[in-house]
Design a protein around this ligand. Sequence first.
Ligand code: IYR
Length: 235
Amino acid sequence: MNPHIYEPRRRNMEGQPFIPLAWSETQLDAMKDRSMQLLDLMRKRRTTRHFSTRDVPKELIEQAILCGGTAPSGAHLQPWTFVAISSQALKQKIREAAEAEERKTYQERMPDAWREVLQPLGTDAIKEHLTDAPWVVVLFRQSKRLRSNGEWGPTYYSGESCGIAAGMFIHAIHNMGLVTLTHTPSPMGFLRDILNRPDYEHAMLVLPVGYPAENAMVPDLQRKTLDEIAVFFEE
Ligand code: IYR
C-alpha cells in the first residue's frame, strides 16, 4: 500500500468493520422541492405559551424523543436524558418550583438589558403551560459517563450535542402537528431533585408539548433574512 495515498478508514480502532452508508441520490429538482417544502413547514413553527389540556398519546412523545436521539453527538456518547412527564401532580410540583424561582428572577435578579429584550415576548413568572400541556419533557445534559473500566469520564460537547437533539425533537413535534415551548426556568437545579436524576445530569430545557389552546396567541415577530444570518464565500 502506498503510504502517501489516503485510504479511507474501513474499520474502527478496535478492528470492527464499518458498515456501508445507507444513502441514495435525490435528483436535483426533487432536492429543490423538498428544501422548499421543509422551509415552508419550518416557517410555520411558532413558540406559543398557550396550551390546550387535550391529551396527546404517549406514543407520539416517544417518537419525538427517538427523533431527538438521532442527533449527532460528541464521540457519539449521546449525552442526553429526556424525562417525559404526564403526571398532573408532578407537573404541578414542577410548576410551583419553577414559579418560585421565576418570581425571584423577574422581581430581583433580572438585569435591565435582559428585561428589555423579554418585553416584546410578554413573559412573566406565571407558568401555566407547565400544568396545561399534557406532557412536559425535561431535557437533561449528561456531563459524565461511566467508562468500561468502571471509572467516570467526561462527555464531550454535551451542550452542543443536547442543543442539536433539542432542535430535532422540536422539529419532530412541529412536523407531527403539535406545539412546544423552549422554557428555561432559571436557575433550574430544582428539576434534578424533583425528577430524581443523578448529579452528573443537568436540566437544560423544559419543553411542554401538546395542542395549542383554541385561542393561542403569539407575539408578532419577524425572522432575520438570509443576508442577516449568513455570509458566503464563493468561487
Ligand atoms: N426564564 C424566564 C425568562 C425568559 C428568558 C428568556 I432568554 C426567554 O426567551 C423567555 C423567558 C422565563 O421562562 O420566563
